[in-house]
Design a protein around this ligand. Sequence first.
Ligand SMILES: [Cu+2]
Length: 289
Amino acid sequence: MPSWLVSVIFYGFILIWTFIFIFRFREHITPMTGMMCAMTTGMIAGFGGGTVIAALLPLHFLLSAVASALLGLIAGAAVGAYFGLVAFLDGALSGMMAGMMGAMLVAMLPSTQWEQTIFFGMVAGGLFHFVQSLMLQGQIREERLSNAGWAAKSPAFMLFATASLIFAYTSAENVYAIHQPNHDHHHDGYEASPPHNGIELNITASDFAFSPNTLKLKAGTPYLITFYNNGSVEHDFAVSALDIHIHAMPGESVQSSVTIAEPGVYRVKCTLPGHEEAGMFGTITVTDE
Ligand SMILES: [Cu+2]
């Protein structure tokens, strides 16, 4: 199971438990506790959801920030709605802010740290939710709670459920691995043909541009291209007309020997979705010797 799905189940479980508990016992919860729960739930859903959404949509920051803010807003407002306008607003605003923060935190960090960031979000969210569930259970008279199912009244169940999901997350398939340096991967094809002599060319990729983005080369001359990825996501240097395709993970440097026979002007681009549109393109002008 991919780790993002485990995080979604984790936050889904917390939200569903909270909604059901509050719906069932709303008449026995004081407005003050209700307001605290609206805030806590909005923050857990917004921040946690924000980290997951932003990591799943790495190239759509605005969309992920808005979606995360909405998620927190809806979660906080839905809990607060049972306890009056103040709690409603409190939940909505806290959820909205936390949603933006979760998405912003992921956008600020390199993609290699996303898996970990989401993990810490889940640990913090699980702890806050545990305290919140203790607080809610403490509000309900014992005889009333004793008629409720174990899922509603047992703190041990809550700890067990959230801790198992966090454990499942740590052993789940790392979905953001596509953005992480993979040391077995980059050698295929390139290491096999060890770079020989040739005129050295250094090309650096960043998020989202090539430097330099124009090259002037001579036909029939061997070049040794060192392609360095200085960005936070994977990039490649591809010239489809010449069958050149050099791929590098963040922080990685890949060498490839290239000799172009035909003079002409060739378009270079990064083939990762959206990267060319974001500015990762350039030209190679090849002239006769
Ligand atoms: Cu790219």
